[in-house]
Design a protein around this ligand. Sequence first.
Ligand code: ADP
Length: 633
Amino acid sequence: MSVEKLQFQAETKRLLDLVVNSIYTNKEIFLRELISNASDALDKLRIEALTNADLAGDTESEIFIVPDAATKTITISDNGIGMSRDEVINNIGTIAKSGTKDFLDKIREAGNAAAQELIGQFGVGFYSAFIVADKVELLTRRAGTDSAVKWTSDGAGEYELEDCAKDSAGTTIILHLKPEFCGDDEYDFTDVYEIERLVKKYSDFVRYPIKMSFEVKDKPDDEPTIEIRTVNSMKPLWTRSKSELKREDYDEFFKQQLHEWEAPIEIFHVKAEGTVEYTALLCIPKHAAQNLYYSDYEAGLQLYSRHVFIMDKCKDFLPDWLRFMKGLVDSPDLPLNISREVLQQSREVKVIGKALEKNILKQLGKLLKDERDKYEEFWREFGKSIKLGVYNSVFDAKAKDALKDLLLFQTSKEGKLATLAEYVERMPEFQKKIYVAVGKDKAAIEQLPQMELLRERGLEVICLTDPVDEFALEALHSYADKEFQSITRENFELDDAESQKVKAEVEEIAKTREDLLKDVKEAIGEAVHEVRLTSRLKSGAVCLVTGANSPSLSMEKTFAAMNNPYFKATQILELNPNHAVFKKLEGLHAQGKDTPAFKDLCTTLYALALLIEGVMPNNPADLANKITDLLTK
Ligand code: ADP
């Protein structure tokens, strides 16, 4: 039989280098990874056998582990789906998994120093074998075929493939252990009892028997006899009662079952026996996946029926905005061979989904109330999802109602995040609306010229720093009967007596400056809808506000990014009549509305107002020239 030498795909090689050379703090995890692959392979065979009766063999599905001190190896076998030659090349020689790609990208960004920490957060699956082995052999035969192939590698860039003989379908992996893992040092992975302990620790609820052979002697001097035992309990964690389980049990489960690398922020274990019976075990992961909000993110829950795995990534239970939730649903009311199409229509799935959504919302509310720090940790990772939920709940008044109280915002006043209820609680009596402002961050909002008076009056503003914020609040419209009011909208005004007085004064001035305002508008052109005087500025000379009902400037930006250039903000330029620049404007206007000096000042003021709002003026070079001129005059 000929041996073929092949190169690892470049990315795979890099990953292997990292795995082999970086110090995994937890060497043991290789076993969990390989057992989990074996269990997946058994699942796959079972599912294929549903539609291909030839594959349904009469042997029991099992995973067999043989540690062997004499050969310094540990062998892990399964009688699952196995792999064809091409599958070996594609699955083992290549990194196809997006998660692993993410991992490599992160490593690349972070540099090697951080690699060690990062590597602990990601699963590297099969390659974890090279943490403990300096040579790995994999013999595999695809179910339904007669030919088997042997893959061998020392993890250094190349691997060998050759045809081989294998009695039955499935995969056998032989790890040739590095000396330090054979008992010379702190680890002995050739010891049956050590391996038994690890299987119990990490893989106890794997749903297939994990078997090992033990030498037993009745009396110390007897010849040993060999006894085969199943090491794992196989009892799915979610079927146990909550009182029996500790938080660590759940954490370990999510790590094992859902390849989470850190303990989740929160877990939900729900059992229901109503019209539809089900158990769900869900978690909020510690971190949001990098691509969580992109279309390539694969959301969904695992689906079981009577503890038997049916499918992965079932999207039909939870609404899209809850896509960050991970976990599983086990329901005896769903048939084993249900297809994805049938699932979408399934009444049971809808009932379960609605109940889960309600439950999650309730639990999040509880978390916010009872464990604020933990809730804020959740918020930092997944707050965007809640906002998307609000935005998407336009037609679901109940969900919207539950969601609005889960929102947190930075505000101009407190260093801490605030709920809408907390904000409203702090509002002075005369304040009728909830003030909001849009900006790239809190610091940028603080510097808006409109903020000056608000600060002076001790008024608090909610900072909207994520593009989705404005859309979410738009969908909410109001909170506790108080409308949201952007401080950069034309209809914003302060309700206190002092402000109303200044407003009346400015209105008086405006009556006598109608010509000037008309000519400023003419000099700027179509870009602005109106030019007017304002009472909302103190030391600032100009500001730009948007129409009460038009998209805001930042919404316009968001629409443009989505290739929708038709939603435009209605811009209104406001001038502070008490500012020295206004006097100058009046002076130049008196010399003629068509003089270049007057026109230049008008367009410069408009460009500055745009810049304050973080919008690039159409002709920045022209603006720069005008400012330079002014500076040298
Ligand atoms: P992951 O399991 O997370 O996809 P791995 O690197 O562990 O990543 O494995 C890559 C692929 O190799 C698996 O997706 C699977 O297709 C295949 N594979 C690994 N182990 C086995 C096995 N014991 N039997 C069949 N296929 C396997």
